[in-house]
Design a protein around this ligand. Structure first.
Ligand code: C2E
Ligand code: CA
Ligand code: CA
Length: 455
């Protein structure tokens, strides 16, 4: 629903947005006049959690009737001086007047929770709903209706990032964070159109003989303004905005092109080197990763020589344990099974730092466990890190998986890991992430170079 000019919302019979804004202004005026009396007003934006889902399951008629019911029920809970309207599809705006403490707002939200946690019937459908709420206080968070509304909306967006029945009070710190986030988001959107992403590759090596076992693709953002930006600064924003899926589409295409280049070099003749890619838990939640990867890879296989037809066998997919927290584990397992059947290998990244439920490990088609850098970093000086590392290696081998130790920076760390039976190492000791051209030179020289490290 757009903010139309009519005074009444046609679905709920409540006030329309414009009338509400006038009311907010009136209340601001009143609150400012009465401010010496220590009362204040709160403006709440209340969003029904997963309303689209309700609409899809029960149909629009029930959706509309639900909105009417919610509006009427909330209205019955308000004081005569309070106001409610519907500001858009499934969001209500509420003015709570004559408050003495922030706690009064929280008490009101608790009451909402008690009322709506109970099942109710709409057109014969048993429905339970939950809400997410953003709150701006008047006059603390604005002395104009638009400003109050925008600030409550900022708080609501923050509330929506978390769970059901979450509420967030606006703060100027949150506003600064939101502005920075939106700035980065628009810069990242531009980065796609200006082709500013790059892949760096970090080789990893068998502990036994130090031959190259493969290389991991790590994304970099080459910003015109700020130079090369490491992933920790932009991957979280890409994840939050959903742009990560766009990045991965680009990345899978890029890796196919780069693998074809590597496969044309002489090193490929007797050895096929896999490339690892990191796939975000967010993508597993929103996309069919199997379909996405296989489609892109098949497209790149078209018209290729036989030596390039093994692309799927050359791609190793790294996922983190949090993938299983965000999505139904059975769905993830099914998707990983399909990938494995098509020739892809799967690794669990940062193993031991997340939600390690050993029960799922036995059901997963996993080829590698990557031992997190935080254990490897202290392996020489901390007994506990040593014992966790040893246990992970033993566990992996018992489950017929291999281990890759991340962040190996010294020969001493390598030797200890090798003595524990670790299969593969990755780290600055042997190689840092590098652009594709450097990787090709690196691979070419490695057999000669490695002798230095074996002495
Ligand atoms: P990760 O997947 O655990 O990648 C390993 C990180 O450790 C890389 O950082 C690598 O440069 C760094 N590293 C490797 N060896 C050493 C070492 O010996 N010492 C130290 N101190 N660090 C080492 P990078 O490239 O900054 O990537 C950070 C994280 O960003 C990655 O951690 C991964 O979680 C994420 N990331 C990078 N590229 C992508 C991507 O394309 N997609 C997704 N979803 N995540 C990515
Ligand atoms: Ca990784
Ligand atoms: Ca890692």
């Amino acid at each position: 629903m757009e903010h139309e000019n009519s005074r009444i919302d046609s679905v709920t019979g409540l006030l329309s947005y414009n009338v509400l804004m006038t009311k907010v202004n009136e209340h601001i005026q009143q609150t400012l006049e009465e401010h010496n009396q220590k009362t204040f007003t709160a403006f709440l934006l209340i969003d029904i959690y997963r309303f689209t889902y309700i609409n899809n399951i029960y149909g629009f008629k029930t959706g509309d009737d639900l909105l009417k019911f919610v509006g009427k029920t909330i209205k019955s809970m308000l004081k005569p001086t309070d106001v409610i309207d519907r500001v858009n599809a499934d969001t209500f705006g509420i003015i709570l007047t004559n408050l003495y403490d922030k706690k009064d707002v929280i008490e009101f939200i608790d009451k909402l929770k008690t009322v709506f946690k109970q099942q109710f019937s709409i057109n014969g459908n048993a429905i339970v709903i939950s809400m997410q709420i953003g709150i701006a206080l008047i006059p603390e968070h604005g002395i104009g209706a638009e400003e109050v509304y925008t600030n409550a909306d900022i708080a609501l967006s923050e509330a929506k990032k978390r769970s059901e029945w979450n509420y967030v009070f606006f703060s100027y710190e949150l506003k600064a964070k939101t502005i920075k986030f939106l700035h980065y988001k628009s810069m990242l959107e531009k980065a796609f159109t200006e082709d500013e992403f790059l892949l760096y590759y970090q080789p990893y090596f068998y502990t036994n003989g130090l031959c190259i076992a493969g290389f991991e693709a790590l994304t970099r953002w080459k910003s015109k303004e700020h130079g090369i930006i490491p992933p920790m600064h932009f991957i979280p924003i890409l994840e939050e905005t959903g742009l990560i899926m766009k990045l991965e589409t680009w990345l899978i295409n890029q890796i196919c092109k780069d693998l074809k280049r590597i496969n044309k070099t002489k090193f490929f003749i007797d050895k096929m080197m896999p490339a690892s890619i990191n796939i975000s838990p967010i993508s597993f939640k929103h996309e069919d990763i199997y379909e996405k990867i296989t489609k892109i890879v098949s497209w790149h296989k078209k018209g290729s020589k036989s030596s390039e037809c093994g692309l799927s066998k050359q791609i190793n997919i790294e996922i983190t344990e949090s993938t299983f927290l965000l999505e139904d584990p059975n769905k993830i397992i099914a998707s990983l099974e399909q990938l494995k059947t098509s020739g892809f290998k799967i690794s669990i990244d940062d193993f031991g730092t997340g939600y390690s439920s050993f029960s799922y490990l036995k059901d997963l088609p996993i080829a590698y466990l990557k031992i997190d850098i935080s254990f490897v970093r202290h392996i020489l000086d901390d007994k506990k890190s040593r014992s966790i590392t040893k246990t992970i290696i033993e566990l992996a081998h018992n489950l017929e998986m291999k281990t890759i130790a991340e962040g190996v920076e010294t020969k001493e760390q390598f030797e200890l890991l090798k003595s524990f039976g670790c299969d593969i190492i990755q780290g600055f000791w042997l190689a840092k992430p590098m652009p594709i051209d450097e990787l090709i030179v690196f691979i070419g020289k490695w057999e000669e170079e490695k002798v230095k490290y074996l002495q």
